[in-house]
Ligand binder design. Structure first.
Ligand code: HEC
Ligand code: HEC
Length: 258
């Protein structure tokens, strides 16, 4: 008897739970699509997506945040929390940075709301030409010659700043700054052989090492000086943010200099 009663209870629990679970899944916001795709064209730096939603419930819903799985992908909300009255609609813009990317890139964006969580996804297929935006071999060679003649040119010339300086504008986060203005050279699969992989240096590194390189770069190479005082795009606070990010994420190799 006791076993049957337990079974009945369990069954009742399952029956009453499943409709709830289904509702939580559906949520209160109805989306035009949970996943979007884009094919990158040569010369493009960003892939942009727009997710439309409607609040189909009789209650207001607050969008608390939208977070992606990668610094390269940013979901923009006009404000947080963002109030969505019943029956109204809106859209979330998602921007993916294609610099140094190749092939198929998929990223997730988690949207937390008072009406339930939503998992959006974006996928970009990058043609080989688009993986090095605007950079046919001839262009790259020309860019390198320009940089070798004046390594600060990438921060001065209008045709360079969109990729090499603008990504730092108004950004204070070290990881984002790194991805925007350092990773564009150092983490690109297609970079010149003289651009080292900063994660595979064979000598010790510390805050002073990173700071010196970021501030002054090195004359006679393509590594530019990033401080405003020497014609770069970064202020002291931004430089320190990148230094802290590098100290945190790249372990020093070899014996530390004392
Ligand atoms: C235009 C491409 C380019 C950009 C952008 C760039 N670098 Fe470099 N970087 C280079 C090159 C080329 C070298 C090699 C210099 C040499 O030959 O000594 C280098 C060298 C370095 C080194 C020396 C590595 C060692 O041996 O310890 C560090 C550190 C470094 N870069 C950090 C950065 C950081 C941090 C940023 C962003 C603030 C950045 N770089 C942005 C091209 C670049
Ligand atoms: C459309 C974005 C974009 C523009 C515009 C651009 N660059 Fe670059 N640059 C990159 C990327 C991405 C890399 C990394 C190498 C690669 O992927 O080809 C790079 C790398 C470099 C390097 C390191 C050498 C190498 O090829 O690895 C130098 C130097 C450089 N760029 C200078 C310039 C100069 C000078 C200009 C303007 C005349 C310029 N760039 C314009 C995106 C750009």
């Amino acid at each position: 008897m006791k076993t049957i009663a337990t079974l009945m209870l369990a069954l009742a629990a399952v029956l009453s739970l499943s409709p709830n679970a289904a509702r939580a899944q559906d949520g209160k916001l109805v989306w035009d699509s949970m996943s979007k795709e884009y094919t990158g064209k040569p010369g493009e730096r960003y892939a942009e997506f727009k997710f439309w939603f409607t609040n189909n419930s009789p209650e207001e819903v607050y969008i608390i945040r939208a977070q992606s799985s990668c610094f390269c992908t940013v979901a923009q909300l006009p404000q947080t929390p963002w109030r969505i009255p019943p029956g109204t609609n809106g859209s979330i813009d998602v921007k993916m940075d294609l610099a140094g990317k190749n092939g198929i890139v998929s990223k997730g964006v988690n949207v937390d709301t008072t009406g339930g969580p939503y998992a959006l996804s974006v996928k970009t297929t990058i043609t080989p030409a688009a993986a090095t935006p605007g950079m046919a071999d001839a262009d790259r060679l020309k860019n390198m010659q320009t940089a070798l003649a004046d390594r600060q040119a990438i921060f001065k010339k209008a045709e360079c700043v969109s990729c090499h300086a603008d990504p730092a504008k108004g950004v204070m986060d070290g990881a984002k700054l790194y991805a925007g203005v350092c990773g564009v050279c150092h983490d690109s699969e297609h970079r010149a052989s003289t651009v080292p992989d900063l994660r595979k240096l064979n000598h010790p590194t510390d805050a002073t090492h990173w700071r010196q390189w970021i501030i002054h770069g090195r004359a006679g190479t393509m590594m530019p000086a990033f401080t405003k005082a020497e014609g770069g795009p970064l202020d002291d606070q931004q430089i320190e943010a990148i230094v802290a990010h590098l100290v945190r994420t790249i372990p020093s190799r070899g014996t530390p200099i004392r």
